[in-house]
Design a protein around this ligand. Structure first.
Ligand code: ZN
Ligand code: ZN
Length: 364
């Protein structure tokens, strides 16, 4: 079994006290510290092992589980609930860039048992789906009714085109960070405590970039604004959301691209309102036109049409122009309704007053 024996690594007995383990770790960590062994890969490997071993054995909870695992190994019986528990306890945290030192140790144990290679550092080289990008636009009333293309400017985090996401200038290489061994985090011992923090040398990247890419400054990705054409379906409602597949953030290491979720607001129209496919407008007629009937040109969504106003039309009546409303995706059309406004004269000449009185008298 290739699994590392953490007790052997620290040179202590499996029954060693917490204090003994701490002392052994201090001694070995000093001896193999990368600062004292510049350029030595062996020392670096040893230092990593020592840190891993200490990180597990110094914590009663982890040590207990490690002991269980070790016993199982020694008795040849792998598998079963014991190991499941052990492994799952190391996986309760997320792996998205914030994995801490304890995570790394557990996954190292896992990988050394199963021989599975893990990513070098947090987020480095792991295949992840790009995030969904949310954005909101407001489109013109007519565009919402008729549909069509609109150009939308969206923020996108995109793999740097110059370095292809490595963060290193093209033609140069990057190395695994010697301080953190590629984890992006380091543990420093203070008394009985071990503090995990972002690696100072590589700033959490896990790799040392000697010549940072001039475009992304070593990040491997850039924030860009992209103009994309979006097809607005005819009849879209205010507040409706469109999901545009593959228009969101780029995935890492070949992961799928995220989606763009676009919330569409619909602007107001100076003369029309809308309910589904039906549109509503107004027309103003004089008192006499209302009484005698007339014909008026009115605006509809596709232009102007003639509207017959019947004699004796009542104020507020809605006249229907069939099939002159909005258009559905399947080609169905709504109607356009025109509400009749009757203008009552506010000032009359003496002559008009006389005529109105005569008209009224004739009515009886
Ligand atoms: Zn770059
Ligand atoms: Zn580092």
């Amino acid at each position: 079994m290739a699994e590392k024996d953490y007790y052997k690594i620290l040179g202590v007995s499996p029954k060693a006290s917490k204090d003994d383990i701490h002392k052994a770790y201090r001694k070995l960590a000093k001896k193999y510290h990368p600062d004292r062994n510049k350029g030595s890969d062996v020392a670096q490997e040893r230092f990593k092992e020592i840190s891993q071993a200490y990180n597990v054995l110094s914590k009663p909870e982890k040590r207990k589980k490690y002991d269980e695992l070790r016993n199982m190994q020694q008795h040849g019986g792998m598998g079963g609930a014991g190991f499941e528990d052990f492994f799952s306890s190391g996986r309760t945290r997320t792996h998205s860039g914030s994995a801490d030192f304890s995570d790394a140790s557990f996954s190292d144990i896992f990988s050394s048992i199963f021989g599975e290679g893990r990513s070098a550092g947090p987020g480095y080289g792991t295949r992840e789906r790009g995030r969904d990008v949310r954005s909101r636009i407001t489109i013109a009333f007519e565009k919402a009714v008729k549909g069509g293309k609109v150009s939308v400017r969206v923020p996108r985090r995109s793999e740097c085109v110059r370095c292809g996401g490595t963060g290193a200038a093209p033609g140069t290489r990057s190395d695994i960070c010697p301080s953190c061994g590629g984890r992006g985090r380091t543990a420093s011992g203070r008394g009985n405590f071990s503090i995990s923090q972002a690696c100072q040398q590589c700033l959490g990247r896990g790799r040392i970039i000697h010549n940072p890419c001039s475009i992304c400054h070593g990040n491997g990705s850039t924030d860009v604004e992209a103009d994309i054409d979006v097809d607005i379906p005819a009849g879209i409602e205010d507040g409706q959301k469109l999901r545009l597949k593959g228009m969101g953030g780029e995935g890492s290491a070949g992961g799928e691209t995220g989606d763009l979720i676009l919330e569409v607001g619909v602007g107001k129209h100076p003369r029309f309102t809308r309910n589904g496919l039906d549109l509503y407008g107004k027309v103003e007629v004089s008192m006499v036109e209302a009484v005698l009937g007339t014909e008026k040109e009115v605006d509809v969504i596709d232009g102007r049409v003639k509207l017959k106003i019947p004699p004796g039309v009542q104020p507020g009546r809605k006249l229907r122009l069939k099939g002159k409303g909005g258009r559905a995706k399947d080609g169905r059309r709504g109607d356009h309704y025109v509400e009749v406004k009757v203008k009552i004269p506010e000032k009359l000449t003496e002559k008009q007053v006389e005529l109105i009185k005569k008209f009224d008298a004739a009515n009886q």
